[in-house]
Design a protein around this ligand. Structure first.
Ligand code: PLP
Length: 432
């Protein structure tokens, strides 16, 4: 069978490998559930962006909410990558991984004053501001610190990215960005505020976008605004085109990274904006296809009677990988060890006490208890959305490069899960 996703997934005999590492061996060594990431796949995706932008002033800012593992950040930072952050916690991670705050853009609709202070002190490259109220607040905070905040406005181009409603962000009816028809006026406000320095413009229209069309439409809308804003005497040095490029989970055929970027850059040049610095904020397309989630089959529960479903119960659950339960996302599931026996159809589910706890429906697999299954394309929005629901410790994570592998996050232990809880005073409990 062909494997969707990472070019670094391959079968050697019956056993599935990521790069040159056997997933079964890694599962035996580190236990399951286990996230495994290919360092090469991440490098290659980043290089595809960088090469398509070579020869012009550019910066790729990894949207780290896709996968904030320090080793992932470290890998990308060492290759020249910047970061798109959405919280103070993410800024801490960038610094802990050795990333350069001068290559950080700070996005998000709800930055607190404390997060603004933290980011100003770290001297991040730019704040992507999403509302007029946020502009005022940021200016006040910057003035109170005796600094000026570099800002870009996130504009909402009102284009339909053609994705799931939960991951579409560029339409009028959602909470993100400044409405297209307000943008020129808001730029004028920003330019007049004492704590701000206007440096750019930004848009991000959604996630898992599989066509170039919405990007080109959004770009045209953004360039129209650039021209209108500059006509007011406000200079915009950079164009930040956001992230959102989709990956292959199943049959999707998104444009290749280099192809999409080349088309956008050609349009930018054609409209006479080629001198501007260009930023991208990719998340999923840098790391999604680089990762898999490996789990062990705990029990098989064949259906009894016609039409009854058969369940394959694995030790990974919705708390480890939310995408199927949250977005009804389809993710490929394959056996780490191929068996010769005939395959059957299974609902692949986890141990969590929710009917919504499923990883895959109606999957054809030849499996037995004790086998390992890999959910593919799990490098983005997998571990980063994991929770401790059902008091389950989050999975361990491993990075592979060739035949080498490193544990990059220890499995959470049960005692760590209630470490922040506080008991009531005994006198209160005794009083009934
Ligand atoms: C989530 C996000 C991204 C990355 O989106 P992907 O679909 O993972 O590429 C980029 N920019 C902003 C502002 C985001 O919120």
């Amino acid at each position: 069978m062909t494997l969707p996703g990472s070019p670094h997934l391959n079968r050697r005999g019956p056993s599935l490998h990521l790069e040159d590492c056997s997933l079964r061996e890694l599962a035996r060594r580190h236990g399951t559930p286990l996230y495994v990431y290919s360092r090469r796949a991440m490098h290659e995706a980043l290089t595809a962006y960088q090469q398509a932008l070579a020869g012009r002033d550019h910066l790729v800012c990894y949207a780290m909410k896709a996968n904030p593992s320090l080793a992932v950040l470290q890998t990308l930072a060492a290759a020249g990558c910047g970061f798109d952050i959405v919280s103070g916690g993410e800024l801490e991670r960038v610094l802990a991984a050795g990333g350069d705050p001068g290559k950080v853009v700070f996005s998000g609709v709800g930055k607190t004053a404390a997060e603004m202070r933290q980011a100003l002190r770290a001297d991040v490259m730019c704040f992507n501001v999403e509302s007029e109220a946020e502009l005022q607040r940021l200016s006040e905070v910057a003035v109170s610190l005796g600094r000026r905040a570099r800002v870009s406005l996130r504009v909402n181009p009102d284009v339909d990215a053609g994705t799931h409603p939960y991951i579409s962000t560029g339409l009028k009816g959602n909470k993100f960005g400044i409405a297209h028809d307000r943008a020129v006026a808001v730029y004028a406000q920003a330019a007049a505020l004492p704590g701000l320095e206007v440096v750019g413009i930004d848009c991000h229209i959604g996630s898992q976008i599989t066509q170039a069309g919405p990007y080109l439409d959004a770009l045209d809308r953004v360039l129209d605004l650039v021209e209108a804003v500059e006509a007011q005497g406000i200079a915009l040095h950079h164009l930040d085109l956001g992230g959102g490029l989709g990956i292959t989970y199943d049959g999707e055929r998104p444009p290749a990274i280099g192809e999409l970027v080349t088309r956008l850059v050609e349009r930018i040049d054609a409209r006479g904006h080629g001198h501007r610095r260009i930023l991208f904020e990719p998340g999923r397309s840098l790391v999604g296809n680089a990762g898999v989630l490996v789990s062990e089959v705990l029990y098989l529960k064949p259906g009894s009677g016609p039409g009854a479903k058969s369940f394959c119960i694995v030790d990974a659950a919705m708390n480890d990988l939310m995408r199927p339960a949250m977005y009804e996302a389809w993710m490929a599931i394959v056996a780490c060890e191929q068996r010769d026996e005939p395959a059957a159809r299974w609902e692949v589910v986890g141990p969590v006490c929710e009917s919504g706890d499923w990883l895959g429906r109606d999957r054809t697999l030849a499996v037995q208890a004790g086998d390992h299954l890999a959910v593919l394309s799990a490098g983005a929005y997998g571990m980063s959305m994991a929770s401790n629901y059902n008091s389950r410790g989050r999975a361990a994570e491993v990075m592979v490069d060739g035949d080498q592998s490193w544990l990059i996050r220890r499995r959470e232990q049960p005692s760590e899960l209630h470490a922040h809880d506080l008991l009531l005073p005994p006198s209160v409990v005794a009083a009934g």
